[in-house]
Write a protein that binds this ligand. Structure first.
Ligand code: GLU
Length: 460
């Protein structure tokens, strides 16, 4: 159990891995003062406090919900290929399980911190509640950079992670899933280790598994597709046809790739994506004003979302400063990488033409940047609503695993669309009715549901 003192913001933790960065945290490298002082957990708590005031929540409920219920911080010794042992720092945080077992991904990231995992676990609670699935919120992480680990070392790390929390996670306690730089293969190694320790078959211990090994069809696409379902609904509400719109994405990992795919299928034009370039140790934006060919781009992208710059130039794509993703003259901005990307110091640079900010990443917008969006009437689709497609499909994976009957992809995506659309409509109707900003309306629905579950259980 960790203490309750927030640790330093993750930029202060860099001595662990001073030079290792990843595709997903590209723009974070444009370090500046506000980025340095950013703390995701403080942001998550302030967002909560703001809505707790709107709801006039009692003190007990506030105290319960503004902190995780349980935390596990541990060392993971890993035997490396050269025979040495390296010790990695791991986390699992269970924010709240009043509505069901804790649920949320595990991130592999060189700049991971306890506070970031705390924030992400809290956002998972609201995410599961806003789409009304019977799950709580949790998150895990390891301070590591899988770019620099062989597959065998990654397998050892996954098995080591599970060994440390084998008694604290499980189908009825806490169910992990993939997140930044973790994949279906990582999930399967973790499941296998859990099953070896517990002596049985427990497909419900983890989601995001490979199809055919307890995974759900459509899970890989789910977060990106879910994001675009909400964008489609927002456009409908604003009376704008998708075919007439342009979009700029931060990132080109799992979320952005499938979001780009569905958005272009809807007729939209993607003018920019970004990625971290491992060789140059800096981020880049990939721009094509008349529209990027997403299928072609995916073919020259590695499994971490890194795009081959030379091959991109051969396709007529301009390769330039990553920060340019934010200043593109587009209708829709989609931050789909890491937290802290829309900040006080850069939000003023967004084009006057931007009508929607759809948050594929968790926590991409700081409080100050959020205020700017509010003041400028930009339609915001908040992270824990916009990117809830992943966990919604994880829930479908649990249901299918329990029945041992797996649905066709169309059925999965149809059900996903229904869940995402009805959550979006509920939030936007409340926002209109009560004159609330979209993020606040989503929080009102989610916090009310979780607070009610805590009350019904007699916890508060
Ligand atoms: N990691 C994803 C998220 O942040 C999915 C979590 C899950 O499927 O449990 O929503």
């Amino acid at each position: 159990m960790g203490d309750r003192t927030p640790t330093a913001p993750y930029t202060h933790r860099m001595p662990f891995h001073p030079v290792l960065f990843t595709a997903q945290n590209a723009s974070e490298r444009n370090i500046n003062m506000s980025a340095k002082s950013y703390n995701a957990f403080e942001t998550a708590q302030k967002q909560f406090d703001n809505v707790a005031d709107i709801l006039d929540l009692d003190q007990g409920t506030r105290d319960l919900l503004r902190w995780p219920m349980r935390e596990y911080h541990f060392n993971i010794p890993v035997r490396m290929d050269d025979g040495t042992t390296r010790v990695f720092r791991g986390f699992r945080v269970q924010h709240n399980d009043a509505r069901g077992p804790s649920k949320g991904g595990i991130r592999f990231h060189p700049a991971e911190t306890a506070d970031t995992v705390r924030a992400l676990s809290m956002w998972m609670t609201w995410k599961c509640a806003v789409v009304d699935i019977p799950l709580g919120g949790g998150k895990g992480g390891v301070i590591c950079d899988p770019h620099n680990l062989s597959m065998r070392e990654q397998e050892n790390l996954c098995r080591g992670w599970i060994r440390q929390v084998a008694k604290n996670v499980g189908p009825v306690q806490d169910v992990p899933a993939p997140d930044v730089m973790t994949s279906a293969q990582h999930m399967l190694w973790m499941m296998d280790e859990f099953e070896a320790l517990h002596g049985g078959r427990y497909p419900g211990v983890i989601t995001g598994k490979p199809v055919g090994m307890g995974g759900s069809r459509g899970r890989t696409e789910a977060t990106g597709y879910g994001l675009i379902f909400t964008v489609r609904e927002a456009l409908k509400q604003l009376g704008i046809k998708p075919q007439s719109t342009t979009a700029s994405f931060d990132g080109f990992g799992n979320v952005a790739q499938y979001a780009c795919e569905l958005y272009t299928q809807m007729g939209g034009t993607v003018v920019c994506v970004t990625c971290w370039d491992q060789a140059d140790n800096k981020p880049y934006a990939f721009i094509k004003k008349d529209g990027l060919d997403i299928a072609a781009l995916m073919k020259i992208t590695d499994r971490f979302g890194g795009i081959d710059k030379g091959k991109a130039r051969d396709l007529g794509i301009e390769v330039t400063e990553a920060a340019q993703w934010l200043t593109q003259d587009v209708d829709i901005l989609l931050p789909c990488a890491l937290e802290n990307q829309l900040r006080e110091d850069n939000i003023g640079g967004i084009s006057k033409g931007v009508k929607i900010v759809a948050e594929g990443a968790n926590g991409p917008t700081t409080l100050a940047a959020d205020q700017y969006l509010k003041d400028n009437n930009v339609f915001n689709i908040p992270d824990f609503l916009a990117n809830a497609g992943g966990v919604t499909c994880s829930y479908f994976e649990q249901v299918q695993s329990n029945m041992n009957y797996f649905w066709e992809k169309d059925e999965v995506l149809g059900k996903l669309d229904l869940k995402m659309t009805s959550a979006f409509v509920a939030v936007s109707e409340l926002a209109k009715k009560q004159g609330l900003y979209m993020r606040d309306a989503a929080y009102v629905i989610a916090i009310n549901r979780v607070a009610e579950a805590c009350r019904l259980r007699g916890w508060v």
